[in-house]
Design a protein around this ligand. Structure first.
Ligand code: MG
Ligand code: ZN
Length: 553
């Protein structure tokens, strides 16, 4: 067949048409491929999927406690913080900041149990309740939800595992004091990793008899790492039940570092070592108790193996204990322990897009602040600036505080609690103001005198004073009412009074021996979309709900 002209002319048209059709098809295919892959990406979202949530609670870590850490980092002449950059500075390089109100149901102020319950469940609850709503109905907590989703879960605290904060994430009890029942709740909820102190609530009462076979058996089991004494009212051995449920038991740092699966670590009979002791023993191989950072890192190592991800709560719980006692030096070391721990968590999460880190407090404790005073006002001095060349002197009316105070606060060698423990171990006739003066002046940089020591010992709560064993020459000193309504822990009144004695030299004021309603910070780091709702003025029920909602499969 020969093509005539028309045919010949027609052929390119046909070719054109085919080409056009092919082109459109190609474009269509291309668009489809892009659309399809976008849809697929939407479903998988590999970069934005939040697998893991790490919630870090500084108990009692209000804005002023954070402020103490930041002042120390930036202003202490000999700050131990590398490059003066805190873990919170690292958080905020890519993180976001919110603030949150902490009050419990129908109250102005909260305690730790209610606050942690509100974080764990997203629901309001009354003061001192655990894992219930405000009417007393048990509520699902974030650990229980995470488990339902197939995630691994963990609780880490430097207090004890049955104490209010960790307990609120796993137990359901009418009052936080029910520490005999809480271990059973913890085992029923079954977080994969539980690391803290509080062994005494897991041991049968009969273990208190040092000659009993159970006492010997427990000594062997714990490798002598923890004192064997029971706080239980019954003879249940909850360690055995934990083992039956598949937990590996660990009682010291070496055992913890071997742990790979479900792990229950109980490293002290009650609360773990305080922040000053931890600072002093960080490199001491004889100190077998893990640090909060070490516990957190091992928890991350274990939980990170779960392909579905995990939820981990880490509590720096002794910030609160230091603040109740108005012990500024101890508080700084607790904040440094928190800082170390958060640095460890940030290192673990470095370059991970699948992890949300939330750092907050359950409330503020102590009503703390650096404050300017009318005492020790600095001498006037000349300044080189142009405004001062006519002989005018730089002369503020008040003492605004010298940053050198921060180094002196750091230099405290013993907590106030441990100072008074040493004092109480002295023979009764040596428990005198002079002895207390010696102890305080040996272990802290803020010296007191005998008259101040007498005032500290002259509290309603001091039985020795009531018995008349303390005297200063011939003077009769009236009993001191420390306390007013806001110093409710009588045993700690001496510590609160010591804080008042050194207040003007420390440049530190403490308003209370309990908690305040001060809103707390919420630091978040993670994927932008997930972080954004946290950067608001929240309430802890809302914050808890946001964390629960952020759990993804
Ligand atoms: Mg706590
Ligand atoms: Zn407290």
């Amino acid at each position: 067949m020969t093509l005539n002209r028309a045919d010949y002319n027609a052929q390119p048209d046909l070719n054109n048409a085919i080409m056009k059709a092919l082109m459109w098809k190609a474009v269509y295919c291309l668009i489809s491929v892009v659309l399809l892959s976008c849809t697929a990406l939407d479903k998988v979202k590999p970069e934005t999927r939040i697998k893991n949530i790490i919630m870090i609670i500084g108990d009692g870590m209000g804005p002023q406690q954070v402020g103490l850490l930041l002042s120390y980092a930036r202003q202490a002449p000999h700050s131990v913080i590398a490059n003066r950059i805190t873990a919170l500075d690292r958080m905020m390089e890519q993180g976001r900041l919110g603030i949150s109100m902490t009050y419990a149901a129908d109250t102005l102020v909260t305690d730790s149990a209610a606050s942690a319950t509100q974080l764990a469940t997203g629901k309001f609850v009354g003061a001192e309740m655990l894992g219930l709503d405000k009417d007393g109905n048990p509520q699902e907590n974030i650990i229980e939800k995470a488990k339902r989703m197939g995630k691994a879960t963990g609780l880490v605290s430097d207090t004890r595992i049955t104490h209010a904060t960790p307990a609120a994430f796993a137990a359901h009890q009418t009052h936080r004091s029910q520490e005999n029942s809480i271990p059973e709740d913890l085992l029923a909820t079954g977080a994969d990793v539980m690391l803290s102190g509080g062994l005494s609530y897991w041991l049968p009462k009969s273990a208190n008899d040092k000659n009993s076979s159970i006492h010997q058996q427990l000594l062997q089991m714990t490798g002598n790492s923890v004192e064997i004494k029971s706080s239980r009212k019954d003879d249940k051995n909850l360690l055995t039940i934990a083992q039956q449920k598949g937990y590996t038991l660990t009682f010291n740092k070496a055992q913890l570092q071997q742990a790979t699966g479900k792990t229950l670590g109980l490293f002290a009979d009650s609360g773990m070592a305080n922040g000053i002791v931890e600072t002093q023993n960080r490199d001491n191989i004889l100190h077998t108790q893990p640090t909060l950072k070490e516990m957190s890192e091992q928890a991350l190592e274990i939980l990170g193996r779960n392909k579905q991800g995990f939820f981990l709560m880490i509590e720096a719980g002794q910030i609160d204990w230091a603040a109740h006692r108005n012990d500024t030096g101890l508080l700084l070391h607790e904040m440094l322990r928190f800082n170390d721990t958060l640095n460890g968590v940030l290192d673990w999460a470095e370059n991970r897009q699948d992890t949300l880190i939330i750092v907050t407090a359950d409330h503020e404790t102590g009503g703390l602040g650096f404050s300017y005073s009318g005492e020790n006002i600095p001498e006037p001095r000349s300044l080189p600036g142009a405004a001062f060349t006519d002989g005018a002197l730089f002369q503020p009316n008040f003492n605004f505080g010298n940053p050198v105070v921060l180094d002196k606060i750091y230099a405290q060698q013993l907590s106030y609690h441990d100072i008074f423990s040493q004092f109480d171990k002295l023979p009764k006739d040596q428990q005198t103001p002079i002895k207390l003066t010696e102890l305080v002046n040996r272990y802290t940089e803020f010296k007191i005198n005998e008259a101040q020591a007498l005032k500290i010992l002259t509290t309603e709560a001091n039985p020795l004073y009531r018995a008349g064993h303390i005297s200063l020459g011939e003077k009769t000193v009236p009993k001191i009412d420390v306390n007013g309504a806001f110093f409710v822990y009588q045993k700690e009144n001496r510590e609160n009074l010591l804080a008042q004695a050194v207040a003007s030299n420390q440049q530190v004021v403490w308003a209370t021996g309990t908690h305040t309603s001060t809103p707390v910070f919420v630091f978040v780091k993670g994927e932008e979309q997930v972080m954004r709702p946290f950067a608001k003025i929240l309430h802890h029920t809302r914050l808890g709900q946001l964390a629960i909602d952020a759990l993804q499969k």
